[in-house]
Design a protein around this ligand. Structure first.
Ligand code: B12
Length: 263
């Protein structure tokens, strides 16, 4: 572990290992900037200047890195059923394996990887991805509190009462809601310089009404995916990808079975 590591070299290398062409984007941020936004339960126990990198996946990931990785799991003579018995949770396994490989490329650093699905022993999310995305300048987090500072007022704007508490949603300037947060890499020994400040995120929505509509689509109608088209995305998930995500896990293999060689 070396605190003299150049954070710019690390960022360049992680961007090369997780390139845009495979469907990834990487954004550096200070742990202190994240900790300043969240309540005590969610604060990460690192110095303020510790370097973190947020990784998200873009529409290209599915038919890019993910497809290649999954195809590589089919050994000669194996059927798609054989692959499905080995790879129990394809996307989660792909992300975990890919990010573990990235960590191995930094043998001199002590790196913690926190996935979007990682929970603390008390079952809270280890890291709040939408807050990270906003802080790192990757995607604008439309929080219910931006639309209304008065608790419960937002609910009165909803045509029906949601089953769960109303939650916010992030929009990416290029992909709208057609992306997912995947992980945060924390480089324990690397400090960002005093001159480093994160880019502020761009809000692709104009005005409160558009933000209210987005919150309604995300909280009440997320299954139809319309929330993803808010903010005029210039690149979207393919139909194949949308179909894959719309199915329960057991039925997803059927959607992509043409990716595999028949035996
Ligand atoms: C728990 C969870 C769920 C639960 C509960 C959702 C709910 N309605 O309560 C379940 C399992 C139901 C769920 C479902 C879905 N989820 Co979900 N979920 C999460 C998860 C793991 C944690 C969210 C959470 O609990 N937050 C805790 C609360 C307290 O956080 P908060 O409200 O943001 O509060 C913090 C901020 O306000 C911050 N803060 C305070 N002041 C300020 C000021 C500023 C400026 C900022 C930036 C922050 C800030 O501090 C607060 C904490 O102290 C995240 C992944 C993650 N690790 O973050 C995904 C996540 C939110 N889910 C996501 C998605 C897409 C979905 C689904 C659509 C799934 C799907 N099939 O595709 C559905 C539908 C959601 C819905 N309409 O309910 C995405 C959202 C992506 C996006 N574009 O925003 C996330 C980020 C996952 C990801 N990998 O990308 N989800």
């Amino acid at each position: 572990m070396s605190s003299s590591s150049n954070w710019e070299d690390i960022l360049k290398k992680i961007k090369e290992l997780l390139p845009d062409t495979e469907g990834f984007e990487c954004y550096p941020f200070r742990i202190g900037a994240y900790n300043a936004a969240v309540s005590s339960y969610f604060k990460l126990d690192y110095d303020d200047r510790t370097m973190a990198v947020l990784v998200l996946s873009t529409p290209k990931m599915f038919e890019g890195g993910f497809k290649k990785w999954l195809q590589s799991k089919q050994l000669p003579g194996e059927s798609v059923e054989d692959v499905s018995e080995k790879v129990l949770d394809p996307l989660q396994n792909y992300m975990t394996e890919t990010f573990n490989d990235v960590v191995r490329e930094f043998p001199g650093e002590s790196v913690e990887v926190i996935h979007d699905f990682d929970l603390t022993p008390t079952r809270r999310p280890k890291v709040l991805m939408c807050t990270c995305g906003h802080i790192a300048g990757a995607a604008f987090y439309v929080r219910p509190q931006i639309v209304s500072t008065v608790p419960d007022e937002i609910e009165s704007k909803f045509p029906q009462k949601p089953e769960k508490p109303i939650i916010g949603v992030s929009l990416h300037p290029k992909f709208g809601g057609h992306f997912a947060f995947r992980a945060v890499f924390i480089f324990r020994g690397v400090k960002l310089p005093d001159t480093f400040v994160e880019q502020p995120p761009n809000n692709p929505l104009i005005g409160k009404t558009e933000m209210e509509e987005l919150l309604i689509l995300f909280n009440l109608h997320w299954r139809d995916g319309r929330f993803r088209d808010c903010g005029d995305p210039i690149e979207k998930y393919s139909n194949l990808q949308l179909e894959y995500f719309s199915k329960p896990p057991a039925q997803r293999w059927e959607v992509i079975k043409h990716w595999f060689q028949e035996i």
